[in-house]
Design a protein around this ligand. Sequence first.
Ligand SMILES: [Fe+2]
Length: 470
Amino acid sequence: MDNIRLKIHSVICNLFSVTEDQLTDSTGPGQLAKWDSIGQLRLIMELEKAFGIQLSVDEVMSMNNIGDIVQVISKSSGDPESEESESTTEQTKVVYHPVRVPPQIFWGKGCTSALKSVLSGRVAIVTGSSDYVVKIQERLAVELTDRCELMFIKRPSGEPEEIGCLQISRQLKDFAPDIIVAIGGGSTIDAAKLARLIYENPEIDLNEISGLLESIEIRKKTTFVAVPTTYGSGSEVSSAVAITKTGHTGKTILVSHEILPEIVFLDPSYGVDASDNILFSSAIDALTHAVEGYVSLVRNPVLESLAGPTIRDILGALKNIVSGEDRYHSIEKLCYSAYYAGLIQNHCSVGLTHSFAHQMGTLGLSHGIANATFLVPVMKYNADKVDSYEKLSHLCGLSSAEELIDSISEIVKATDIIPDANTLNQILGKKEQIIAGAMGDITFQTNPVLLSRQEVEIVFTNTIHGLLST
Ligand SMILES: [Fe+2]
């Protein structure tokens, strides 16, 4: 077992940039600067690689410190000494998972009128290209002219791509802002977050980075303000950005808590003019964050308790909007629920639905619609193998996992946003590419069930054939 312990120490030292004398058996998440929830996920992947093993959900869940990890790996590797000393790891489990939220959050209808209270100096305002932008620009130009030097940057339409983000970062470089304000949907906020990262770290080569960005520093030159105008992505409360790199088909996820916006405005009034299609697809993205975050392998009991009420609110709001009732208050609920779901996602990651959805951008499918396509089939597959869906259903005030899945299935059908047969056939035609991309996606590692290539193919083909036959 000493060799195993030494090898585990070596993996941890390399991964978290620490020395062996900083490690004891009780060292665990939160006690080293880089060993947070994302670090824990990374560590599991590195341990599986180093020892040539695949850890089960129960094993991963029981790894609360180095002593636990030694025991789990020893057993998994067939070390005979592991059984004898099992009792020595029975100690108080103290796990630290810092909850990170933007330091300032403004909320309520019209709260963006308070933008003038936080903006001063040189302010770059990044927006999408929809019609709402003109109104926002006109209003801000009037309100802020006296106190700020403004630059408006309209990002290219569509999901964030490398070329567009580089273009924005060049504009930021020319203008040298003190504050960057991103006003728009998740793609606009993501594009602005990435452009800021490049602006503050011009030496970064996007071809060389993916996943967890270690020792990256931003917030040296600018403050970042996020104003979501659609309610689903949770980008305003996310430490990640999703981008399609030039020459790549799937999305690359970049993660650093430095990316988290510093100031957020949750203003439900932006949703009033949104089309039902945008409201529905965004809301189902948020719903997927809450469901997949709760059941994921990365635990955070503090945030998990938010999942039930958040799912209830999203389902209730969607039902109301579908039936034409209480539209404004339903949109208001979606605005705040998307924030909570984003918070859950940011600390607990997501799962297989997102692994598939991240491959759909090149087919012109929005992220929310891609999630709507796969959410129910993935839930059904996972719920047969783990009991967390049953627990989640109770938090939602329902009696069983089956009832929860049925409720979600019903609302997805009612929103009528599932792709048509032509698009489904296109998805099917890219099966190999999508499956390979999904299995390489960082979210695949946090799905509550670890699937083989064959199992992923079963879920994928059953999903598409099932939808084609309805
Ligand atoms: Fe998402």
